[in-house]
Design a protein around this ligand. Structure first.
Ligand SMILES: NC(=O)c1ccc[n+]([C@@H]2O[C@H](COP(=O)([O-])OP(=O)(O)OC[C@H]3O[C@@H](n4cnc5c(N)ncnc54)[C@H](OP(=O)(O)O)[C@@H]3O)[C@@H](O)[C@H]2O)c1
Length: 278
């Protein structure tokens, strides 16, 4: 089995876990708190939230309730589109920190490239990064064009581009663009929200390794150096989604999975971003 790291080195020098817990839609009573406590017990060290998920308070409680100390966790949150439109990035960031009850986050992301706004947003993010309250800054849902505009007009290269990425949408050109420019790629919806779990190409591979198709899809991703943040609030799934570091797919299996690409988008584009070409 080829060696695989459990972290990816960001262009800031920090190590970001290749596996994290996504918490979108985890808003039930005590749901996100318990998921984080369980995930931390299992070994997760990265939590991915956003102001728009409306669960940052619960994320903060989960972090404080877990047995893992803050410094050993990697916490990401994101600035939503409305804050970009009114130009209140500093305010939005402070409100996120207050809800989380943290004095810094490990990664602060622009959630979507709001046209006409994201360059100004990035300049404010650079200030936040320089203040030390975000250990790294990055982007999400950015295309190559968006990234090129950023590169031409700013000083800090995003540490991360968080994008939808999974076997049904492997975005090879964008991933290569990022990876060759020191921008780590982090996959959201890495399970395509369940869309590939009964895939007939993945099933025999899963049987061969005595794994689930979810584990095969996640393993394929980290084997490409793309970090994953599968969401679950079920402890059995939080556990199984983490068991991806003790086996490895062959080059033939990797290319079989590459060939499943059909540019399938499992997550919607926010209504106020429908006009954006990604
Ligand atoms: N930057 C962005 O624009 C953006 C957009 C979307 C998502 N995200 C982030 O990425 C994270 C992950 O994406 P996602 O939540 O959209 O999709 P996902 O992780 O691909 O799929 C989550 C869904 O799959 C289920 N699931 C989890 N593990 C499973 C397993 N082993 N077998 C079968 N079903 C399983 C979950 O249900 P249960 O909870 O019931 O297990 C949930 O319904 C989000 O939580 C969020 O943090 C970011």
């Amino acid at each position: 089995m080829s060696e695989i790291k459990t972290t990816i080195t960001l262009n800031t020098g920090a190590e970001m876990p290749l596996l994290g817990l996504g918490v979108y839609k985890a808003t039930g009573e005590n749901e996100v708190e318990q998921a984080i406590v369980n995930a931390a017990d299992i070994g997760y060290r990265l939590i991915d939230t956003a102001s728009v998920y409306k669960n940052e308070e619960g994320v903060g409680i989960g972090i404080r309730s877990s047995k893992v100390s803050r410094k050993d966790l990697f916490v990401t949150t994101k600035v939503w589109n409305n804050a970009q439109r009114v130009g209140d990035i500093e305010g939005a960031f402070n409100r996120s920190l207050e809800r989380l009850k943290l004095d810094y986050v490990d990664l602060y992301l622009i959630h979507w490239p709001v046209p006409g706004c994201y360059m100004d947003t990035w300049h404010e993010m650079e200030q936040i990064y320089r203040s030390g309250r975000a250990k790294a800054i990055g982007v999400s849902n950015f295309s190559m064009l968006n990234l090129a505009e950023l590169a031409e007009n700013s000083q800090i290269v995003p540490a991360v581009n968080q994008i939808e990425f999974h076997p049904l949408w492997n975005r090879s050109e964008l991933v290569e663009y990022c990876q060759t420019r020191g921008i780590a790629v982090q996959a959201y919806a890495p399970l395509a929200r369940g869309a590939y779990l009964d895939n007939p190409v993945l099933q025999p591979i899963a049987e061969k390794y005595n794994r689930s198709t979810a584990q095969i899809g996640l393993r394929w991703s980290i084997q490409k150096g793309v970090a994953v943040i599968p969401k679950s609030t079920r402890v059995d799934r939080i556990l199984s989604n983490s068991q991806i570091f003790d086996f490895s797919l062959s080059p033939e299996e990797m290319s079989l999975i590459d060939n499943l690409n059909e540019d399938y988008r499992s997550s919607g584009i926010p209504e106020d971003m429908q006009d954006v070409i990604l």
